[in-house]
Design a binder for this molecule. Sequence first.
Ligand SMILES: Nc1ncnc2c1ncn2[C@@H]1O[C@H](COP(=O)(O)OP(=O)(O)OP(=O)(O)O)[C@@H](O)[C@H]1O
Ligand SMILES: [Mg+2]
Length: 430
Amino acid sequence: MAQRYNRAEDMQNPTVSLRDFDTFGDVAAEDDPVLEYFLSTNAVESIRKNESFLVLGRKGTGKTAIVRHFTETGGSTSKALSLRGYPWNVHALRVDGGASDIEAYVSSWRYLIAVELASLVLKQEGAWQSSLINSLDNFLKENYGGSSPKLEDILRPKRLKLNKISFMPSVMGNQLGGVDLERSSRDHQFGLELNALTSAIMDAVRDALSWCKAESLSLHFDELDQGITVLDDSRERMIIGLIIAAREIKRESEKAGKPINPVVYLRSDIWEELNFSDKNKISQTLTHILEWNSATLLDLIETRIKAKLGTSASWDKIIEPELMRGSQPKWNHILSRTFLRPRDVIRFLNGALKEAKKRGVEPILLSNKDIVSSREDYSSYLKAELDDEIRPHWQQWGEALQACSAISTITFEKSDFEREYRARVSKETK
Ligand SMILES: Nc1ncnc2c1ncn2[C@@H]1O[C@H](COP(=O)(O)OP(=O)(O)OP(=O)(O)O)[C@@H](O)[C@H]1O
Ligand SMILES: [Mg+2]
């Protein structure tokens, strides 16, 4: 019955005007009211079930959107940790001299994750029944002046104070009265002491969680790539350290009852640059790669159309029906100019929407001309987006593009490209 009713309605309204439709959304999830039209994907399912702790995706594939979904809807068991503006230079000094180069930052990240989890568990209903909760609370208050330290302050103290009302873990039979965070990069004790403290904190976190109504805790580390112009060794080792530390904490909690999942969201181009021994193992098992296709992207766009124009609206109703040149449907024409990323599609459609509104012909629908006219503006956007992804790995890619324009044919010989590219690169470095 319902279907027949819809069909009748369809007959009456074959199109829906975009007159009151202001935008397809902002291109960054931080500024987009994405939760009003969030599309739950298999990535969300995999994270919810704690099957993955590493989420990889190119720029604009929806990492931040997922973080917002987990941390802004339902309960307070998930916390977003944006590393935009993170003091990487302070963290860089917290080197574990007893570990290999690649693992030099694992102990500092383990500690940071433990402190974040401590502050999160303290907020859960029931946690205060744990006999260890006072130790956690005292430790945080003593060292950070409150139970919710800011992410950027966690590794900042020169020395962590320990005492009987917080924790006094032992290293080789000696009880620790404190842990110095500021020491020489060759100091072998740093990792041992900090790991002993982290274990004590995590034991308390797990005990407290066992008393809580909450079934699990999760942290969501986003924007690790913010501000990277060149991926240097130290930043690379810090990112590897976070991934290894998150995996260890996740694993240790699996044995102990309720799941704890520190999830790391990373741009795939940066992941590809990293080198460490468990990389392949992690990508085979605990990683989710964000990928979209024509059907899922259409679903994402239609969810937006329906949220704003009502459930009977759809893609077909907001476009003029003529096919594009080469009998191509508009949707395919747009998609073939994107990297199958939501951000590209949203950006392209916003441009076309602007053109349609400029024409102002009622009903306002996207026409072939609107799509073609918005391509130039879209190209500048795409170039800037690619700049962010490619420049950290290939500083001269701008010169490579100029070389292609200078050749100005779609197909060319490799040697032509090399000649033009070399001429530009050497001019730059003179
Ligand atoms: N599951 C989703 N449901 C609805 N909209 C989404 C979804 N995923 C992504 N988007 C939208 O796609 C756009 C890009 O997403 P987002 O900003 O999360 O990408 P990102 O991977 O964090 O990119 P960057 O690496 O540049 O930070 C935003 O407009 C966002 O709202
Ligand atoms: Mg993001």
